[in-house]
Design a binder for this molecule. Sequence first.
Ligand SMILES: [Zn+2]
Length: 471
Amino acid sequence: MLLRLQRYNITLVYKKGKELFLADTLSRAPLTTTGTETDDLQVMTLLSISDMRLEQLKKATACDSAMQQLTDVISRGWPSHINNAPPKAHPYFAFRDELVLDRGIILKGHKAIIPKSLRAEYIQILHEGHPGIEATKRRARDVVYWPSMCLDIEQSVSGCTVCNATKAHQQKEPLKSYPPPSLPWEHIGVDLFHWNGMDYLALGDSYSGWFDFASLDNTCASTVIEVLKRQFSIHGIPRIVISDNARQFDCFAFKQFAQSWGFQHTTSSPHFPQSNGLAESSVKRAKQLLEKTKRDGSDLYRNLLNIRNVPTNPQLGSPSQRLMSRRLRTTIPTPTPLLKPAIYTRVTAQLRKRQQQQKSSYDKSAKPLRPLTPGQVVRLQSPKGHDQLGIVQKHSRNPRSYIVNAQGTLYRRNRRHLLPVPEPPPQQQHSPDFYLPPQDPLPQPAIPHAPPPQPVLTRSGRISKPNPKFT
Ligand SMILES: [Zn+2]
């Protein structure tokens, strides 16, 4: 202050307080001269923007024809009717009063309007850390503006590979079960399992709840078929056999077995054992029985016999009563009339009722997923996430599952494990046996009428390719 006052020659005069003017607006002496008074008001400033970003935004605004039309109309003043405004300024007409210019940048309130050439880059910045679509939109609405901003974000983020690959599991779909069988031993579920160093085959009957299992010397298809033949020789041939895609079931030998013995064979989607619940529950019960028997050192087959005689309820009777229409004789003294055959007639109705109850409780948190169409780009769910990109080839013959081509390999997957994504199709490593994209310039196979080779699925659901030596 002293330095500033150095250039003045000041004379200090003492005045009493009552001789001083009061410093209030009403008492000030009016000016004797008139002139124009200008207020230099700065309405809005972009305080929190770096110089580099400001320069970039300024340059892009100057190069953008829509932004230039907008700048002109803001500086000249808006017409009263939208039709008189420049065409590219139309999307901004509704909130024209909020628009201001600041250092070559157009602001809507406190938000910068981003010209077209920078929008993709801004979306990328707003999506840093991969918040979801809605979160990215909320972040954007808070700081920037351009017409159709939310739509642009939606389109861009829905194609983000990182977000798609790490997406949570899709919702479960309403329960779809086979209609309850009307006869004993009509629907059979079969599955292999491993317990205590041994391989077993388990099977269960949907109508009666009867289950059985047998140890296997090996897991060859022929061994499995042999065990099933023995079972079918006792109880008859079922109408439907449901299994997973294990190689023992999804092979030529099993197909032939099904054909010659006259039953329908249905396989569940890989990684989706819920669709083979019947076999799964037989495996669970077999393992439990083996474990309990091992622990108390009792007789496995007497235990199994006892379990088969346990009534489910008075109306349904026991598995043996439903399958064989009789109680089985055990070491418990049983009056002869109780061992005589008696038919249970209300089993199907009871099964239907139970199925409906299960369905309504399961469906409370389930919602159907949109069906997929051939050519659609999807991500395949694995325990790690939705890492693998593929193209839907066709609907599988089993409900809710699809054949998908991922890097030249065909997979069968349940709809729940396929996430549709708006991403560009992956580069396919063609396996001409199975997949030819429509635009593929490769020549068609020489024999036009030869049927395409049937894909063979491995236990994991991968389709194994035939060895050329044996074809
Ligand atoms: Zn992302």
